[in-house]
Design a protein around this ligand. Structure first.
Ligand code: FES
Length: 160
């Protein structure tokens, strides 16, 4: 692990703060919150959890699915916003995961995400993306960049 690696503690601290802000509807990067968001905010990850490890300067993310704190990710439609690595991950069909940048292609909001009815919504201005990262509603007009996901047992690895 080098100096650029995020520590688990740093990630968890960030994730907890973002989840709180998301729950309160507080926006970042000068964006205003959408009024028609219908999805659910990211799940809260406890401060004492070690389910997620971020290494390689944020380019490799490992998730331990056996941890109760990420239990929702085991089910179809389960998802996470990993703020420390600007990454979204979703369980598409119960077995397959897909992962994308959380930096919205409209104006760069990265933390105001919700997910519902198989759609990600950036609540800064309401852009929606399907589970392949494709835009289905603007104002964004470019798809989300996708990352490689591999699964081995209970370990999910995302590589940017
Ligand atoms: S930054 Fe505008 S919709 Fe995401």
């Amino acid at each position: 692990m080098n100096n650029k690696d995020f520590s688990r503690k740093d990630f968890l601290r960030t994730a907890g703060s973002v989840s709180l802000f998301a729950a309160l509807g507080i926006g970042f990067y000068g964006c205003s919150s959408s009024t028609d968001a219908t999805g659910t905010p990211p799940p809260t990850i406890p401060d004492n959890d070690d389910a997620i490890t971020i290494t390689g300067g944020g380019n490799t993310i490992t998730i331990d699915l056996s941890s109760n704190s990420v239990a929702n990710l085991r089910e179809q439609g389960g998802w996470l916003l990993i703020t420390a690595a600007n990454t979204l991950i979703v369980n598409v069909d119960g077995d397959m995961f897909r992962s994308f940048t959380s930096v919205c292609t409209h104006q760069g909001c990265s933390t105001n995400w919700q997910f519902n009815n198989e759609l990600f919504e950036c609540t800064c201005h309401g852009s929606r993306f399907d589970t392949s990262g494709s835009v289905v509603r603007g104002p964004a007009n470019a798809n989300l960049a996708e990352f490689t996901v591999s699964v081995e047992g209970d370990t999910v690895t995302i590589n940017k």
